[in-house]
Design a protein. Structure first.
Ligand code: HAM
Length: 412
């Protein structure tokens, strides 16, 4: 039986098939995300994978809502598997923010579910590194987030030759829209056209813009000029001060599909343009207010970075390290009368923090030794009886082949 379309099995090394997903690579990515987020002072949180359907129908963009995995539970509730983390986080912040000093800097690595057509870089589940800041409206916070995004990719060995963060601003687009269209209530409709700018054929975009009375040429000229507005200028300055200028540039072709963004928005892409977005995010200053029914008003901003595109990018740039399941010690049991003693030794070695394995049942000594080699053991230890009847431990260093004999006490 196969997993459902768009769902993955993760195997430990050696991964059995060319297209199999590696549990070790996933851990390698998670470790880099966690390490970098912590180095920026972010704290880890989590939430439920199943949520009331309403959380998304009210707060996300149409695209995500069409892709929901939703159903009625046995209690008659309309529920959905989380397609993104941001609405859950906004709810958590709305109820608990007063217990935390501002700015709040939190991260999570949730598994998310979207019922979309399976294609390269897009599956029906993925893991997404989320980092968000609450309670700071200065663009210094946007710069901090963009720097974290850059550094979490650098932590995996990617450089400014591999990826770029395209920075944009809904404020800049809003100002453009207000200058060129009188129907201010249709701004979100306009943003969605801009969001599809690179995917739709020019004639289609032109037609859509016409319904809003906006000229395609003016849109194109605005994107081409790429003149940073005040908030983007601050972000660029802060990135320059950190020596990260090479990793980001203004690109108004980005606007983001989700409904809740209000200010600076950004997306990270591979430089060759082979893959879909590696990450995306932005500022959403009204979301907490919306989720709390107006009770809590706190600016927020954040980004999400998926594991699917990232794993593909790391593979294509030969940045996947070789993963070995190496253990520290393999305890050989050649004399079954010493199994009880051997088990006690295994336990003591494990308690001392070593990675230890041993033969679960009686087996030939050459088979045991082969197993020790397969597991990449640094050492073997074998208990044996001295002529006087005391139990001794023979330790072998498998790299140098050096052997020592001593008491089990000395081995531990
Ligand atoms: P998003 O752009 O929908 O943003 O997703 C962020 C990233 O998650 C994408 O750039 C992509 O790498 C990955 N991703 C999304 N959908 C899939 C999929 N079906 N298969 C594989 N990877 C996928 C959000 O979700 C926002 N909530 C991010 C955010 C956090 N904004 C503020 N805070």
């Amino acid at each position: 039986m196969q997993p459902l379309p768009g769902f993955r099995d993760f195997f430990p090394a050696p991964v059995p098939l060319r297209d199999s997903w590696s549990a070790d690579l996933r851990q390698h990515i998670f470790d880099a995300w966690r390490r970098t987020a912590r180095s920026y002072g972010f704290r880890e949180y989590d939430g439920p994978p199943l949520e009331p359907l309403e959380l998304y129908t009210l707060k996300s963009g149409d695209e995500i809502v069409q892709q929901l995995f939703n159903f009625e539970d046995k209690g008659g509730r309309q529920v959905a598997l989380r397609p993104e983390m941001t609405p859950t986080l906004a709810r958590m912040i709305a109820v608990a923010e007063r217990h935390y000093r501002k700015p709040i800097k939190w991260f999570a690595i949730p598994q998310l579910f979207r019922y979309e057509k399976q294609q390269k870089g897009r599956l029906r589940e993925h893991f997404q590194f989320n980092a968000d800041i609450f309670g700071e409206s200065d663009p210094a916070a946007d710069a901090e987030l963009v720097a974290l995004l850059i550094d979490s990719l650098r932590a995996l060995g990617l450089t400014s030759d591999d990826f770029v963060v395209r920075l944009s601003s809904r404020h800049a687009w809003q100002a453009f829209f207000e200058a060129h269209c009188s129907e201010s209530s249709r701004a979100y409709e306009f943003y969605q056209i801009i969001d599809k700018l690179e995917r739709d054929r020019p004639e289609v975009t032109e037609e859509k813009l016409k319904t809003l009375g906006v000229s395609f040429d003016k849109v194109r000229a605005f994107v081409d000029a790429g003149e940073p507005n005040d908030e983007l200028r601050v972000v660029l300055e802060h990135l320059a001060a950190r020596g990260l200028s090479d990793f980001a540039r203004v690109d108004y072709g980005v606007i983001r599909g989700l409904a809740y963004y209000t200010g600076i928005v950004f997306e990270a892409f591979d430089k060759k343009g082979e893959f879909r977005a590696i990450a995306g995010g932005g500022r959403y200053d009204q979301l907490v207010k919306l989720v709390s029914g107006g009770k809590v008003d706190l600016p927020g901003l954040g980004f999400g970075m998926g594991d699917v595109v990232l794993a593909e990018l790391l593979k294509s740039r030969a940045l996947v390290p070789s993963f070995t399941a190496a253990i520290d010690v393999f305890v050989l049991i050649e004399d079954e009368s010493l199994r009880t003693h051997s088990l006690a030794l295994v336990q003591r070695l494990r308690d001392s923090g070593r990675r230890v394995d041993f033969p679960l049942t009686a087996s030939k000594s050459d088979k045991q030794f082969k197993r020790a080699l397969e597991l990449g053991a640094a050492r073997t230890v074998r208990l044996e009886r001295s002529p006087e009847g005391s139990v001794l431990a023979r330790t072998k260093d498998l790299a140098s082949r050096e052997e020592t004999v001593g008491t089990t006490e000395a081995v531990v």
